[in-house]
Design a protein around this ligand. Sequence first.
Ligand code: EPS
Length: 395
Amino acid sequence: MLRYLTAGESHCRELTAIIEGMPAGLDVASADIDREFKRRQSGYGRGGRMKIEADRAEITSGIRHGKTLGSPIALVVKNRDWENWTSIMSPDAIGASAEKAVTRPRPGHADLTGGLKYGHRDLRNVLERSSARETTMRVAAGAIARRLLGEFGIEVYSWVTEIGGVKGKFTGAPGALFRSAEGSEVRCPDGAASKAMMERIDKAKAEGDSLGGAFEVVLTGVPPGLGSYVQWDRKLDARLAFSLMSIQAIKGAEVGLGFSVASLPGSEVHDEIFYSAKGKSARFWPRRPGFTRKTNNAGGIEGGMSNGEPIVLRAAMKPIPTLYKPLRSVDIETKKPFKASVERSDTCAVPAAAVIAEAVVAFEVASAFLEKFGGDSISETGRNYTAYLDEIARY
Ligand code: EPS
């Protein structure tokens, strides 16, 4: 079973991730991870912290001479900002400082509810872990999962579709859209919309406000049969929605047409099935059987299983809860109304959220892939996968 844990507060010494279950023999270089870190840290509208950090992965176990060993993979990212927080975030009581205590919870963040749940009077004890800083290590785990998927021709793409009400209009093949998105400061393939989105971000920043938005994640090359209909918690769409919803600030997730299915008749939703010997094209993945579709409203998942079409996911991100034009709140000590405290923050982090979503989705699909094809080594996983493709090609 492929699983991972992350640990670390936003301003502690370092962040940690441990990945368990990755087969041996997978090529992984820290550059594969650092590349994704850089993508996560970028995006128009990101805040001051991104100028402090230049996240780099320290691989402390599970990889030797550039290949996984099959043992747990531990990754560490040092927080450069730690030097400014050594007494405030000191693990030891001796020499610790109560400076920067937070008693005014920010609406929309974990502050108040986390204080109630864990009995914290200093809400910094909540916000340090609930911060989006934690997503650094989710991207690290996802970067390694992406390497596994890449070995089997599975690609992961994302692009921003909306920021603060400004929507992009674009169509095209996933790879082309991804390349356009990578050239945009807001990761939107529509150049004109990108410009309008940046202007919208500037306006929000000037007003001390923040913006959310929406993005798509698309995977190509996924074979049919990942996930299962036989048990509720094995349904791939449910697991992918879970992974998207687990990212800070995500308030909605959908697969394929998503909420649009509510207003459409079945005859306009379900993807008709055709057969042609020519259908055995290597479109998206090798040696596919002759069954083909002309539409993909299901977003590549039917009955809780990948169906061989591209997996298409969409998510909506709420505006960052820290506003420089703070909302009303109440001091948990004096119970007096206050303007919520301001923590350094981003005006918009939707481009970053799309990168984080690629990572968490890649991990979940890699986990489903290994559940089906197993293997203690990549070569064993590959033998199992090839045998399956040969089998379904004869179906
Ligand atoms: C972030 C790290 C945080 C925030 C931001 C994004 O760093 P710091 O708290 O030191 O500024 O900048 O997180 C939030 C806005 C939030 O509300 O969680 C990051 O690494 O993505």
